[in-house]
Design a protein around this ligand. Structure first.
Ligand code: KIV
Length: 290
């Protein structure tokens, strides 16, 4: 066997055809808001798999590999059991399936909270093993030191305040935040703290609209709303929710399709055709070559 190898330097290995668009960068997203003003709202959706990423990519600015994959893909009760390995497996699939959107991978519960050192070890794995350009982490004032630590060491951080699902046991459920003075003040203080620490963008989830608007005005980086306000600098939804894959979704979800009904119809037709031997037809069978 030959032991001589030729290094393949053809550029089309790195730039497949059809020629993809240039991927959006963290400074490009951050730069969409200057002096408190943002133009066209940023579009973000969740993606966990390569094919979904391929379909969403041309229409989005950002793809979030959210730890919501715990419920959506794995049928878990909450995001708490999601592991770093799960996030890395799905994160790398989404990077492989996209060329245009900035890909952000969620840091799962237990992978970053202990200390900046703990966070950078986990975040470094995410960046090296997925190829994603940024990570997202929940928490505000308590995480500000970590946000600064990572941002200053080459790891862009998207923050997440308000209804933070990893804190479900502290919040006592998936409760809308900002209805009382204490939680309203906390949302604002949390967002300001991580903005000042260097977060390039902040998700505001499950917050009453006036507080979401006040928070968006109070921070310099773009806010991405989910159950917040159209006045946020961008919006995100869980893709499977907005496609209508689930019957029960939070009030803030708008269903843009009824994929559950479409899948059910297709599978019903398939099952009927298998049982009646109508499938496979001639077009789907192989015959000996003449
Ligand atoms: O995990 C997730 O999908 C999220 C978004 C809903 C913001 O954090």
């Amino acid at each position: 066997m030959s032991t001589t190898y030729t290094l393949d330097t053809k550029t089309d290995r790195a730039h497949p055809t059809p020629k993809p668009m240039k991927r959006l960068t963290v400074p490009a997203i951050r730069g969409r808001k200057t002096d408190g003003e943002s133009g066209e709202p940023l579009v973000m959706l969740t993606a966990y798999t390569v094919r979904t990423a391929q379909l969403l990519d041309p229409h989005c600015d950002m793809l979030l590999v959210g730890d919501s994959l715990g419920q959506v893909i794995y049928g878990l009760d909450s995001t708490i059991p999601v592991s770093l390995d799960m996030m890395i497996a799905h994160g790398s699939a989404v990077v492989r399936g996209s060329y245009h959107s900035l890909v952000i991978v969620d840091m799962p519960f237990g992978s970053y909270e202990q200390s900046p050192d703990h966070a950078i070890r986990s975040a470094t794995r995410v960046m090296k093993e997925t190829g994603a350009a940024a990570i997202k982490m929940e928490g505000g004032e308590a995480m500000a030191e970590t946000v600064a630590f990572l941002s200053q060491r080459g790891i862009p951080v998207m923050g997440h305040v308000g209804l933070t699902p990893q804190a479900v046991n502290v919040l006592g459920g998936h409760k809308v935040q900002g209805r009382d003075e204490a939680t309203a003040a906390k949302v604002l203080a949390d967002a300001k703290a991580i903005d000042e620490a260097g977060a390039f963008s902040i998700v505001i989830e499950g917050v009453i609209e006036p507080i979401a608007i006040e928070t968006t005005r109070a921070v310099s980086c773009p806010t991405i709303g989910i159950g917040a306000s159209a006045a946020c600098d961008g919006q995100v939804l869980v893709t499977e929710d907005m496609l209508g894959m689930f019957d029960r979704v939070p009030r803030f979800v708008k269903k843009y399709d009824d994929m559950a009904a479409q899948v059910t119809q297709a599978v019903e037709r398939y099952a009927a055709e298998v049982r009646s031997r109508a499938f496979p037809e001639e077009a789907q069978t192989y015959q000996p070559k003449k």
